[in-house]
Write a protein that binds this ligand. Sequence first.
Ligand code: AMP
Length: 192
Amino acid sequence: MILILFGPPGAGKGTQAQILVERYNLKQLSTGDMLREAIKKGSDLGKEAKSIMDKGELVSDQIILSMIREKLENAEREGFIFDGFPRNLEQAKSLDEILNKLKLELDLVIEIIVEDDVLIRRIENRVRESKDARSDDNAEVLKNRLNVYHQSTEMIKPYYLEKNKLVQIDGMGSIEEVSNDIESHLSVKVKQ
Ligand code: AMP
């Protein structure tokens, strides 16, 4: 099974991805995690990405797509969950090409919908409560990340709607409620 978890920053994509990884034995491919790993290693790619991430802007498609290509080509498992990717139409189209070449097919794009003011409150709590808050977790950068989400990332929705691949989930409930809602869509998919 190949899934995309889609939604604004702070919507709970990472948490839901982890639940799905365990339930369906999928490999999670989070481009944000890959970039943070590159920053930790101090690689050239990490250095280039850090200043962009700290502003809440999108890292270049070239960097993102080469990371994804490398991970997919070297992965043994055939089930994947993309988290934080694709983030614009160019990435979405390129993902289709990459999957095509590998004879893989995307099953479903799961959009987790949360209102902006709730997201801002969630991230503010994350900053207050967490020792390991990320360097891009602050109110100003978050507002920019939300702008980028509404201006670029949301533009991929019609692309997947047209392909009949998009399902929308209310992300305002508890972790369990959201997870059950996702599950109800996937059990239909698995039975097909
Ligand atoms: P995330 O952990 O998914 O919230 O990503 C953190 C930051 O990494 C984003 O604000 C972007 O700067 C960068 N990033 C992650 N994934 C992508 C992507 N698919 N395309 C471009 N930039 C990305």
